[in-house]
Design a protein around this ligand. Structure first.
Ligand SMILES: *Cc1c(COP(=O)(O)O)cnc(C)c1O
Length: 475
């Protein structure tokens, strides 16, 4: 049976005993919050907290929250909203160029250059002459020197660089692409879409597995107004078996005979030969430039190991045409990326050895003994943990980032099994702990691959595992 309640008079209503918004905001306890978060933000949260408290007080035996409890709640919400969302992560996945983890970790030289440019910097000022200069000046010569091209330019990312090149050189004309190269790279980069977005018309030639020079000849006959042949590195997939395509040198010679330009989208952007290290099949930018490509385009943050950027290397007149196009302004790099990219390019000039100084290359080429020793070092630091089974296991890592998809990197990992929690729970605690660590789970075991962990992260990794097992999870 439901007893009918007599309507409360205003005077009896316990909700009246809650302080008013203005009173709470003027309380001395609000002062530090106002100073830290601003009066407007504090007032908004106070209003919300009071409204919810009022709603909860509709029972016959309402609990009237204390002032301290109200302020605790207000502070908690303000701190939650203020919390940083982007953190440093220890990458123990074994995937070197991990898109979800921000692709390439920058070399210390590139990090220092970013910090140095973070205040005012001579981004577009010639300090010698005191005149306005171009932000492209910081990279043009460097890109040319390292790749062997006449000139260079960089924009926000590789997709943007391809879009810019096609818009500047191919808009309104047919752009010829092999059907074997009409790929989707991931994250929504589809070659046919980019061609169309640039204002060019797509002309497909050949078949998925085989495209011959005669197919290009036919296309040029059918489309006498064509000015550009686009070649795309298929990056994250391979067609094997009965395949063929003209070499870049053959295609470049053909294009130039017919007065066409050849643009190559290489994606990966390897600037050193990785074959001596057993990393096969990734073409070098310098080889594409030497083979006669008019423009070669690649990412700054894949195999080059720099910041996010789309780098263009090639003919002076074409690079200048790209720089003048309005899209170059829309896609331009900020000063931090210019600084980091220039510093990374410098590591490809002697006397530095990029395989040692560029973290991506160091990780890709590191011998298995070094990786195993690092795993052993972490294991030693965890040896006293009774509830943890920690063994050295063989693992396979990958280059990632769309580069070298077939190329597994033999690696070593620590296989962690806890006596008190599941692999999922351990993985979650590691991800959400004070130092985030990302590994992967295989057969109910958490694997931490040490190829992608730097030597200077070994102690932090061990501390993170210890914390994950002992601390109460924060969330
Ligand atoms: C990765 C890749 C892209 C896209 O590069 P972003 O820097 O991510 O824009 C374009 N083309 C190829 C061939 C690629 O491998």
């Amino acid at each position: 049976m439901v007893a009918r309640r007599a309507p409360r008079t205003i005077a009896q209503d316990p909700r009246r005993r809650l302080p008013a918004v203005g009173v709470l905001c003027a309380d001395p306890a609000a002062a530090p919050l106002n100073a830290r978060f601003g009066i407007a933000a504090v007032t908004k949260v106070v209003r919300a907290v009071l409204a919810e408290a009022r709603e909860r007080m509709t029972t016959d035996a309402p609990v009237i929250p204390t002032l301290a409890a109200l302020f605790d709640e207000v502070r908690r919400r303000l701190e939650d909203a203020d919390r940083q969302t982007l953190f440093r992560v220890i990458n123990a996945t074994g995937v070197v160029i991990h898109t979800n983890l921000g692709r390439a970790p920058l070399a210390p030289e590139a990090q220092a250059a970013m910090l140095a440019a973070a205040g005012y910097a001579n981004l577009e000022l010639d300090l010698e002459e005191g005149r306005r200069a171009s932000r492209h000046d910081h990279l043009d010569r460097l890109i040319a020197d390292v790749t062997g091209s006449e000139a260079g330019l960089a924009v926000n990312n590789c997709a943007g660089a391809v879009l810019l090149a096609l818009a500047a050189l191919g808009a309104g004309t047919p752009v010829i692409v092999s059907r074997g190269e009409l790929v989707e790279i991931g994250g929504g980069f589809r070659v046919p879409d980019i061609v169309v977005q640039s204002g060019a018309r797509l002309v497909e030639v050949g078949t998925t597995n085989r495209t011959h020079l005669s197919d290009y000849e036919q296309a040029v006959r059918d489309h006498p107004d064509a000015r550009v042949i686009l070649r795309t590195h298929p990056s994250n997939f391979r067609i094997t078996g009965f395949t063929s395509a003209p070499s870049l040198a053959e295609l470049a010679a053909f294009a130039h005979q017919h007065g066409l330009l050849i643009i190559e989208d290489l994606g990966g952007g390897a600037l050193v030969d990785l074959e001596p290290y057993g990393v096969l099949g990734e073409p070098r930018v310098q080889d594409s430039v030497a083979a006669g490509a008019d423009l070669v385009i690649f990412s700054g943050d894949k195999l080059m190991g720099g910041p996010q950027a789309g780098v263009v290397a090639g003919r002076r007149d074409l690079v200048d045409a790209l720089a003048r196009h309005p899209l170059a302004r829309a896609l331009r790099l900020d000063k931090l990326s210019v600084a980091a990219l220039a510093a990374t390019f410098r590591l490809y000039r002697t006397p530095s050895d990029p395989v040692v100084s560029v973290p991506v290359l160091r990780m890709l080429t590191q011998d298995i003994g070094t990786v195993a020793a690092r795993a052993e070092a972490v294991r030693t630091l965890l040896a006293d943990l009774k509830s943890l089974d920690c063994t050295l296991v063989e693992a396979l890592g990958y280059a990632g980032g769309g580069a070298l998809p077939m190329h597994a990197l033999p690696s070593r990992a620590l296989g962690l099994t806890s006596a008190v929690m599941s692999a999922e729970e351990l993985a979650r605690r590691l991800r959400t702990g004070p130092t985030a660590v990302v590994g992967r789970i295989e057969r109910d075991c958490l694997l931490l691959d040490l190829r992608t962990v730097a030597d200077h992260e070994v102690t932090a990794l061990a501390v993170a595992v210890r914390d994950a097992l002992t601390l109460e999870s924060r969330s």
